[in-house]
Unconditional design. Sequence first.
Length: 106
Amino acid sequence: KFKCIQCGTCCRISKVPLEEKDIKRIEEKGIKDVWEIRGGEKVLKRERGKCIFLKDEVCGIHEFKPKMCGEFPFFRVYGISYCRLWMSCPAIEQLVKDVKSKKKTD
């Protein structure tokens, strides 16, 4: 089972597409001007190669983060769910080790 360790690595390696619900939830907290258009879709703004909400290696909007952030590393494309193994993610690296270890003991 995947368990995020909130290291912030994913905040540096991927763009975050936003749903209208995500934008509304963030703006209801009084935070404006958080998105831009990239590749024809609304995404969270980035500065210096990372999400604008990553401060001191911690997500500044963790309690009301966008849906994609909450589902990472699981994605849905064209109605198909899949897990993208970002090997630069320490939590995924640990998950892979755990699965391999479990297979050896089975």
